[in-house]
Design a protein around this ligand. Sequence first.
Ligand SMILES: Nc1ncnc2c1ncn2[C@@H]1O[C@H](COP(=O)(O)OP(=O)(O)OP(=O)(O)O)[C@@H](O)[C@H]1O
Ligand SMILES: [Mg+2]
Length: 471
Amino acid sequence: MASKRKPQARTEPVAKGRFWPRSLHGRLVLIPSALLVLGLLGTIGVILLHAKSRISAEVTSSVQIAHDLAITALHNVADADSRSAAFAALAQDLPRVRHVQFDLAASDGTAQSTIQPGADSVTPQRASILASLLAPPPVVQSFPVTVHGKDVGRLIVRSNPVDEIDEIIGEVELFSLVVMGVCLSTAGGLLLTVRRSLRPLQLLADGFDRLEHEDYRPIADIPVAELARVAGQFNQFAASLERVTSDNHLLIGRLLSMQDHERKEVAAELHDEFGPVLFGVRAEAACIMKQVARGTDVFAHAQSIAELTDGIQRVNYRMLERLRPLVLEQMGLPEALRQLLASWQTRSLEIAWSLDVPPGLDNPNETVALTLYRAAQEAITNAVRHAEATVIGLRLARESTGGLVLTIRDNGHGQPESFRYGFGLLGMMERVRQIGGSLSVSGARPGVVVSIAVPSHEKQAMETVHANPVD
Ligand SMILES: Nc1ncnc2c1ncn2[C@@H]1O[C@H](COP(=O)(O)OP(=O)(O)OP(=O)(O)O)[C@@H](O)[C@H]1O
Ligand SMILES: [Mg+2]
């Protein structure tokens, strides 16, 4: 049965945080990925901190070596022939020292040169904020160049750690790339694992969706140990629900057929017993009125008996119509609905009634017509009884697919929070189910809309019902 149950009021989960992902996939992948990225950043931070002190120590020891070499070299050129010979000897004697640059400057400012061999290696390759953060404070030492006791210039020793910084940044970059690759492949692997592990939950969710449409097929074996138990319980639950639902259908079907049987019996009594008796009373009263003179007490009593009998006959007729709507057989569903509304109209004048049936709508078969008529009766009774509606409208239409749709809409205060199915709606559902149709009862703000759809194969559906009567 495709009947839609009224959705119960749902309590929306309160969002914990704006950035907290709603999907379980997201949550299970996001946290480890965030931890990995934090770990990567932390490791890089530690490496850089360590690198700074390492560079500083290296530069200090290089400057110390350069200092010693400079003293020795200056001592060796103290007897040189000239300033230029001394400068040339210094340039030749001073060996390459990592992280240090030697400069020579003449005292009179006429000559200045960098004598550190491989000076190109001190050109910074990565002039960046990181490089400047890693660089230790510069160290500059200046020594006088003395030739035959005369000061001819200065030998300057400068710290220059850019090659070391360059090397460290290169290492950090390589390390980051490798770790980032590991992080990405870990996150990808995690995503795949989580997706595969959560697939059983999807199967369970699909199973619950199917239950809502009364499809009780068990879900397949789940290979995840933790969820296999839940799947087993779900299957047991679905099997019990199937049993209970089919018992319910059987029970409601029996109640409906009992109700129909009783209605028929009461209608027969009213028609065959009560009707003739009333007719007799009315005839007797008319007879008395003929035999006594107008204006006498007996005439007045006979007249009031006749009037009361007329009233009871009208009530009897209305009751018969409700119990066994002959008009349905004689004039078809549209006319029966019109008369149903007309009879309500006389009783509930405060309500604005409307009926929308397209002209020339062909009459459905007897059982479909009776099902729709009974549904209309129940829905109208509910709207009047429970909703305090002031507008009630009925619409019967044939859809482009060939199916019939009956809609009963009211503008009342809608279904209460404590909504419970009564026999009215359950009976309506069962009748509609038996003809292969679907029923939906939904809030319309304001009011309620009850909609019954009977598929185009209504005749086929009926044949099936007749072949399997519920007794
Ligand atoms: N049009 C409506 N507007 C507001 N509430 C409604 C409407 N129709 C149904 N209800 C709610 O749905 C409940 C179930 O309706 P249902 O017809 O199944 O049972 P009932 O009318 O209470 O009893 P009965 O068995 O006599 O029909 C009602 O009690 C009422 O609260
Ligand atoms: Mg009811």
